[in-house]
Write a protein that binds this ligand. Structure first.
Ligand code: MG
Length: 367
């Protein structure tokens, strides 16, 4: 089987509510997603999606994906998409780094492998594990009562894990955390996610003042070294997210006992092939995982759910559904909110495809 054509589609995803990233980063109202279709000489096609969470969240931006795909695509023609490790080697040779450019191609290859073998992607990633996958919310920074109202809205839809974004100053964050912790819906779990907005001094003061709160603290600071300093001066469980880009980053974090878990996003690490290796290491050494993507439609969400579904339940924490925060739904099928939990589709491949009528013409076709 050979890849004979690569089609790239751009899609604007309006957010239901504007989203603000703390730390002076941009407020944004829509996402720009890129969908990729790989066609093969045997008539099987696969889909993948890459959608950064705006341009200020990670070293990734929508036009970078499209330029990178233009660079990569010619070298992928003729490759067998079922050989996912080989395809990744080809991409890493043609364009070192830039993992976010490669994830849509990689995911589309897994979709094809599933369709070609008659298996859902979760079964190719190690096998469907028992139990549903829990969905977690993403609560933008705001004044505490407004954040609580947002949590209550998600709670009404079945959500039991809430990721509250903080990072607007020590006193305000302490107040925010205490306010939310006292009023969380019964049975809910709280993550305090600074998204790198604190410097170590701020993180340490906030975390020391809120030690009685049962919560995970996620990605307190910008760099790994800063996070490690916070780690060594505090006692709460820590999740690392934006700074784990490679397998080597994870090995180092484990060696330093820097965290109890990570946020694993296929788009950040380069797709399902590399995310699976990171997942395997986490399971081997006892780190917990939030497995979700950086953004996008139900297509990107479903790809992440397949990996989560193939991860033993005790290691997985939550998955975030970007598609529940946008105003369009161009995807047929896919993993959906079943009252706060979800399940990977059982059909071959991802079990999620765009409705062609919603996509329009491709912005780029190679092959
Ligand atoms: Mg995070």
């Amino acid at each position: 089987m050979k890849i004979v054509r690569i089609s790239v589609f751009g899609l604007t995803l309006p957010l239901q509510r504007p989203y603000e990233l703390q730390g002076g980063r941009l407020r944004f109202e829509q996402l720009e997603s890129t969908l990729v279709r790989l066609d093969t000489d045997e008539g099987v096609s696969g889909w993948g999606e890459a959608c950064p969470w705006g341009s200020t969240y990670l070293p990734a931006f929508p036009r970078g994906i499209r330029a990178g795909l233009e660079e990569l695509a010619p070298g992928l023609l003729g490759q067998d998409p079922r050989r996912t490790d080989v395809v990744n080697t080809v991409m890493d040779t043609a364009l070192p780094g830039h993992p976010y450019v490669k994830s849509a191609i990689d995911i589309a290859c897994w979709d094809i492998l599933g369709k070609a073998t008659g298996l859902p992607v979760c079964d190719l990633l190690g096998g469907r594990r028992p139990g549903d996958v829990t969905i977690q919310s993403s609560i933008p920074t705001d004044d505490p009562p407004e954040m609580l109202r947002t949590i209550e809205r998600y709670h009404a839809r079945g959500y039991t894990i809430h990721s509250a974004k903080v990072g607007s100053g020590v006193a305000a964050d302490i107040e925010r955390i205490e306010y939310l912790a006292e009023r969380m819906p019964a049975g809910s779990s709280l993550t305090i996610d600074a998204n790198r907005a604190w410097i170590p001094d701020q993180a340490i003061r906030v975390m020391r003042a809120t030690e009685a709160v049962d919560a995970y603290f996620e990605q307190p600071c910008e760099t790994y070294e800063e996070c490690l300093q916070v780690r060594r001066s505090t006692r709460q469980p820590i999740l690392l997210d934006e700074i784990i880009h490679t397998y080597g980053d994870l090995v180092r974090a484990h060696h330093d006992q820097a965290c109890e878990g990570i946020g694993l996003k296929p788009n950040r690490v380069g797709g399902l092939t590399k995310a699976r290796r990171i997942r395997d290491f986490c399971v081997q050494v006892g780190l917990r995982l939030n497995i979700e993507d950086t953004g996008g439609t139900a297509l990107a969400d479903t790809a992440a759910v397949h990996l989560a579904q193939a991860t033993p339940a005790r290691y997985r924490r939550g998955t975030w559904f970007c598609h529940e925060m946008i105003n369009v739904d161009p995807i047929i099928g896919g993993a959906r909110n079943l009252g706060g939990v979800t399940r990977a589709p059982g059909t071959p491949g991802l079990g999620a495809e765009p409705d062609p009528a919603t996509l329009g013409d491709p912005m780029l076709v190679i092959g």
